[in-house]
Write a protein that binds this ligand. Structure first.
Ligand SMILES: Cc1cc2nc3c(=O)[nH]c(=O)nc-3n(C[C@H](O)[C@H](O)[C@H](O)COP(=O)(O)O)c2cc1C
Length: 197
């Protein structure tokens, strides 16, 4: 099968079905009115190490007056957010926070997730997530019907339970990735390959 992107109604299924598993940024922000927002974004990755920069990409929301989802709107207002890791124990709560709530209602409360204080930014982080990146807005780019949000990591929280010898230990993280639609993957089946010189 060959696909010409101009000839099909949406490329979502092809892109999101082939670029798998996608890591999930569970992004916490705070609105100018003080409502804490939490939502998952799997168009997410690392962009740079020095400075440490991550990105995620909300698709435009045709239902909202400014075309933006709450997360990018809050970041546009106060330029701060937190990327919380999604692990197996919080996967269901993460999914619940993808529900469309009225702008004044917090997904933290809806999903029974605890907020905890951050060090470098104002929005809270997810207490149940063992890794959190506190980010300041680096740049926001319009990419067609999406907005690419780049954030510089200003502070990192790592729970002791996911570290070994003072460093993040991927074997202890139990991260969850998104496949297509309602399918997810754990990171339990691992294998190792030495990289050639
Ligand atoms: C696992 C998962 C990954 C998602 N990834 C994205 C994404 O990358 N971009 C996007 O626009 N929406 C994504 N969504 C949908 C948003 O989470 C959903 O639209 C949410 O209501 C946005 O919340 P907000 O308006 O509070 O920012 C994802 C949903 C789930 C469950």
């Amino acid at each position: 099968m060959e696909i010409d992107p101009d000839e099909i109604p949406s490329m979502y299924r092809t892109l999101a079905g082939a670029v798998v598993p996608r890591p999930i940024a569970w992004v916490s922000t705070t609105s100018p009115e003080g409502v804490d927002n939490l939502a998952p974004y799997s168009f997410f990755n690392v962009v740079a190490i020095d400075p440490p920069v991550v990105m995620f990409a909300p698709v435009d929301d045709d239902e909202s007056p400014d075309g933006l989802k709450d997360t990018p709107r809050n970041i546009r207002e106060n330029e701060e957010f937190v990327v919380n890791a999604v692990t197996e124990s919080v996967a269901e709560a993460m999914n619940e926070t993808s529900a469309t709530l009225p702008t004044g209602e917090s997904e933290f409360d809806r999903a029974g997730i605890s907020r905890t204080d951050t060090r470098a930014v104002a929005p809270p982080r997810v207490a149940e997530s063992p890794v959190a990146f506190e980010c300041s807005l680096y740049e926001m780019l319009d990419v067609g019907g999406s907005t690419m949000v780049l954030g510089e990591v200003e502070w990192v929280h790592l729970d002791d339970e996911v570290t070994t010898g003072g460093k993040l230990d991927v074997d202890k993280l139990d991260a969850v990735g998104r496949l297509s639609g309602s399918l997810y993957a754990t990171t339990e089946n691992r294998f190792s390959m030495e990289r050639p010189p």
